[in-house]
Design a protein around this ligand. Structure first.
Ligand code: SAJ
Length: 410
């Protein structure tokens, strides 16, 4: 079988790779020629455990190749970004562009799968764009010019993608039952877990629901952290104790919620039904307000120092990755640096070689090594629970003001 994966990012590239490993011939398509070149040389443009070796393997075997044009294939998987716009609505323009590029290649009988996380109705919209381009094609089953559609959301955890891609249960939502069945046959090639069939809208909503569930639960932990601070209680101890209850399982507070999924997807539910999404919307606001609370805490301490040096430990959006997308800690560093009248922020981020542009531009921010930064610092601000920080010798923090947003050193 020939498969074409459109969008070779965090989800598209691992998907293309495991499908190629399972025996299909896969063409990966991306608008970025540099990413295409890298992949064709067996290199991966971002860090993900086990991915590069796997890509190099399937490229060398000739099972995966990357290009910028969409070829004909029996099955298409669309894995392009769905960012949100100002009004917290999903921007479907990348999906629509992918659909327009796929449309001319279709001859009838193909399957087009949307994997991108999308608001309810996006798969139907993708189909509509294809039929706008091609009025000779139809969704009517049994006709030679039928095209099938499904939504198969991805639920892999960054850092564990190569494992979870194969081991996680998958929801497969067809616009028609036949679409779902065809998609199931494709995913069954490489997915060892359960394949759960439903309709496209339910599948879209299920994916959003999973991430909203996590967001609401993290918001609960973050709200507790503010209350505990106010009451002078250690929130980590509090949660640990409460979690001894057999039916309580509170998540961990932190400097905010980042990444391109949990901080975004709940908004797609809110924008689909504003009136009924009070809790989901409030949880987003609680989590989004956390970085400001961290900054206030640091500034309150820094104000009492003449030339405060802050060592900010971590700017990735979570532990042990190099992904800076929607990272609360990165925003904290930027805003903090902008608001400090004097002094400096030393950023320690072992997973990157250079600061992102907006931080590099600031005169009072620099990238530093862990030991040196802590040595020079008045305030040590722990923002990400990277393994490298976990093992840091805490005796060396004794003279420092420590603000530990992850409870790593308690
Ligand atoms: N976080 C906390 N406290 C916690 C857990 C996480 O503050 O107890 C923060 C993290 O530091 C990070 C953010 O939440 O800033 C998100 O991290 P995460 O590890 O919870 O999730 P992601 O964004 O890496 O991946 C999520 C996963 N979804 C769920 O666990 C429901 C993953 O399975 C999805 O595939 C992914 O979103 C996605 O692509 O949608």
């Amino acid at each position: 079988e020939t498969v074409c994966v459109v969008g070779l990012g965090y989800i598209g590239l691992p998907s293309a790779t495991v499908i190629a490993q399972s025996g299909s011939t896969v063409t990966g398509v991306d608008v970025n020629p540099a990413a295409v070149d890298a992949i064709n040389q067996g290199r991966v443009p971002f860090v993900e455990e086990g991915l590069e070796t796997a890509v190099a393997g399937v490229v060398a075997q000739g099972r995966l190749k990357a290009q910028t044009d969409v070829p004909h294939a029996q099955a298409y998987i669309v894995a392009v970004p769905t960012p949100f716009t100002e009004g917290h609505r999903a921007d479907l323009s990348y999906i629509e562009a992918a659909a327009r590029n796929i449309a001319p290649q279709l001859t009838g009988g193909e399957l087009v799968i949307l994997e991108s996380t999308s608001p309810p109705g996006a798969t139907e919209r993708m189909a509509e764009v294809i039929f706008e381009e091609r009025d000779d094609l139809t969704q009517q089953e049994g006709r030679p010019n039928t095209v099938h559609f499904a939504h198969c959301p991805e639920r892999v955890l960054p850092g564990r993608i190569m494992v979870e891609m194969v081991e996680n249960d998958r929801i497969i939502g067809g616009i028609t039952p036949k679409g779902a069945e065809l998609a199931r046959d494709l995913y069954a090639q490489f997915c060892r877990a359960e394949l759960l069939l439903t309709d496209a809208r339910t599948a879209e909503m299920a994916k959003l629901t999973e991430n909203a569930f996590r967001d609401v639960n993290i918001a609960f932990a973050n709200e507790l952290s503010l209350i505990a601070d106010h009451l002078k209680i250690d929130v980590w101890e509090l949660i640990e104790l409460a979690n001894h209850h057999p039916r309580v399982d509170i998540l961990q507070p932190g400097p905010g919620v980042g990444g391109h999924c949990i901080a975004v997807d709940p908004w797609f539910i809110v924008s689909a039904d504003q009136k009924n999404s009070k809790l989901i919307s409030m949880a987003r606001q609680v989590n989004d307000s956390k970085p400001e609370r961290v900054i206030e805490k640091v500034i309150a301490r820094a104000e009492r120092l003449r030339e405060p040096v802050v060592a900010a430990l971590g700017i990735a959006f979570k532990a042990n990755i190099d992904d800076l997308r929607e990272s609360p800690s990165r925003n904290i560093v930027g805003d903090l640096a902008a608001r400090l009248d004097t002094g400096r922020v030393l950023v320690v981020e072992p997973n990157i070689d250079e600061l992102p542009g907006e931080l590099a531009e600031r005169e009072n921010v620099e990238l530093a090594e862990l030991d040196g930064a802590v040595e020079q610092a008045d305030i040590v601000l722990l923002l990400v629970d990277h393994d490298q920080f976990k093992t840091f010798d805490r005796d060396r923090l004794q003279e420092k003001i420590v603000i530990d947003t992850k409870g790593l050193w308690r």
